[in-house]
Ligand binder design. Structure first.
Ligand SMILES: NC(=O)C1=CN([C@@H]2O[C@H](COP(=O)(O)OP(=O)(O)OC[C@H]3O[C@@H](n4cnc5c(N)ncnc54)[C@H](O)[C@@H]3O)[C@@H](O)[C@H]2O)C=CC1
Ligand SMILES: O=C(O)/C=C/C=C(\O)C(=O)O
Length: 496
């Protein structure tokens, strides 16, 4: 499959693949070569309006809203099967579009199918209400109802996996969807539209409007008929979306940035800690919200651990994302690569030492930033406080448990955390003291889809995943049933 054979990308509205109404398109580039892959229809307010109209119709008048749950879930499982059948093409398109190594995008394609199967199971088995009996007077119970049109806004760092992580629960719970994918990674969102089209979902249930954040994204947020916005992206964008959605009191779920600590105590299994640390910062090319971008190593093992990191850095395979051997590919876009390089310059200015292997000059046409260590970092430096979102690890040392907890928490983010020690009590103590939505003990980021995913502080609002997603994607309604024997106040019947 050659890059130049990838077709231009249209919008998907009301069950049809269409051009943007104004006929605008934008260029989509290959981060490995910076050559044009294709052009993408650029949706704006008028296209969002059409997509939302279709989604409202499908929700209120179409079969989706009235369909039996069992039947709806058949569609959800069918989408999973079609994803599996196209997994090779999906991982190819994802790597071509984003620079993510194909070994990783293959896993992401499999995870995307799992997202749909998982939510089919969850809705069937766990979308349950509660019932409370009040003597012989009342039976009070709750039910879940879909909210309506869900606006889903997604980033470019693991596009297909993150889009399906929202689309699957939104559809499985009975909502209709308008997806606004990231402008730097449109290919697999288009593939998802083709897959859902092939699965035969009724028209208007799922719509994709490509375009830019300030136009298409902002129009989706501002549309009065969009009842909820699920957003994954930068913290600053999340804040902007909350402001813009406030006028309609829009329900929001925010999965935002991170600057997550990995804490390695001197009694840790150091070989495993080293593997996990390297994987946690350099997988997804370092463009990872849960990346362990701040390493705290206990002083007694600092020199040996850093030496091991240095040696391993030299051996990481940097190269063509489509090559099965590649471990780190090019960053998504020249602008983003420039931003990451700027942080490396800032690190030097702040007094850090930069450790980097040399980039093979044959790779110079791509947006490469080689795996980078920043040594002698202090926690107050910008490179320890701001999300770089690239393959850059800020390394710091610590002496005592209390000190490292304070350092780990001294940051505005609170998405993930990683603790390495063989002392069970300390492991739990430190994990519980770290202000992050998710903490892994003696492990890299591994996922259990039943568990809530999300962050504290400026890393997010709300949780997605497991049955927690039902709180966001459904309205809970309470029905109070009087059993006929409760007293009713009798106004106007007082004896004179
Ligand atoms: N917590 C989590 O689960 C995850 C968080 N992220 C975060 O995502 C960020 C990287 O992704 P980016 O695509 O650069 O984020 P971004 O915030 O620039 O863009 C994300 C999406 O928002 C849209 N957008 C931008 N401005 C908008 C506006 N004013 N109104 C509506 N939509 C708008 C963009 O077009 C894109 O589709 C990082 O900060 C990363 O940490 C990424 C993956 C997972
Ligand atoms: O597993 C998920 O649902 C989301 C994962 C996202 C990341 O792991 C990331 O960007 O770090």
């Amino acid at each position: 499959m050659l890059a130049q054979k990838v077709k231009d990308v249209p919008l998907y509205i009301n069950g049809e693949f269409v051009e943007a109404q104004a006929g605008r398109t934008f260029e989509n580039i290959n981060p490995f070569t910076n050559e044009t892959i294709n052009r993408v229809a650029e949706g704006r307010e008028e296209d969002i309006a059409l997509a939302v109209e279709a989604a409202v119709r499908a929700f209120q008048q179409g079969p989706w809203g009235r369909m039996k749950v069992k039947e709806r879930l058949k569609y959800i499982r069918k989408i999973a099967d079609i994803i599996d059948a196209h997994a090779e093409e999906i991982s190819y398109l994802e790597s071509l579009d984003t620079g993510l190594p194909i070994r990783q995008t293959q896993k992401m394609a499999a995870r995307a199918a799992e997202n749909f199967r998982f939510y089919a199971e969850m809705v069937a088995s766990r979308m349950v209400g509660e019932a409370y009996q009040v003597d012989d007077e009342f039976l009070n119970y709750t039910i879940h109802k879909p909210v309506g049109v869900a606006g889903l806004i997604t980033p470019w760092n693991a596009p297909f996996m993150l889009e399906t992580w929202k689309v699957a629960p939104a559809l499985a719970t009975g909502n209709t969807v308008v997806l606004k994918p990231a402008e730097w990674s449109p290919l697999t969102a288009h593939k998802l539209a083709e897959i859902i089209h092939q699965a035969g979902l009724p028209e208007g249930v799922f719509n994709v409007v490509h375009g830019f954040g300030e136009t298409a994204g902002a129009a989706l947020v501002a549309h009065p008929d969009v009842r909820l916005i699920s957003f994954t992206g930068e913290t600053a964008t999340g804040s902007e979306i909350m402001k813009n959605g406030a006028g309609h009191l829009k329900r929001v779920s925010m999965e935002l940035g991170g600057k997550s600590p990995i804490i390695v105590f001197d009694d840790a299994d150091l070989d495993r800690a080293l593997d996990a640390c390297i994987w946690g910062i350099f997988s997804f090319n370092g463009e990872r919200c849960t990346a362990n971008s701040r390493l705290f190593v206990q002083e007694a093992i600092y020199d040996s651990f850093v030496q091991a990191l240095r040696e391993r850095l030299e051996k990481i395979v940097v190269g063509d994302p489509l090559d099965q051997k590649t471990e780190v590919g090019p960053l998504i876009h020249p602008k983003h690569a420039q931003r990451v390089r700027e942080y490396i310059r800032i690190a030097i200015e702040e007094g850090a030492e930069v450790v980097q292997p040399k980039l093979d000059e044959r790779l110079e046409g791509g947006n490469f930033v080689v795996p980078t260590l920043l040594l002698h970092v202090k926690n107050h430096m910008r490179v320890a406080q701001e999300e770089i979102f690239g393959p850059v690890l800020a390394v710091m040392s610590f002496q005592e448990e209390e000190e490292v907890i304070e350092l780990a928490n001294d940051v505005r983010y609170g998405l993930a955390g990683y603790v390495w020690t063989q002392d069970v009590s300390r492991a739990h103590r430190v994990a519980q003291a770290v202000d992050s939505g998710m903490v892994w003990i003696n492990s890299q980021n591994t996922r259990d889809l039943r568990i809530p995913f999300g962050g504290m502080k400026q890393s997010g609002i709300g949780r997605e995943g497991g049955h927690y997603a039902f709180e966001f994607y459904t309205e809970m309604q309470v029905i109070h049933v009087a059993l006929g024997n409760h007293p009713i106040p009798r106004f106007g019947k007082a004896s004179s």
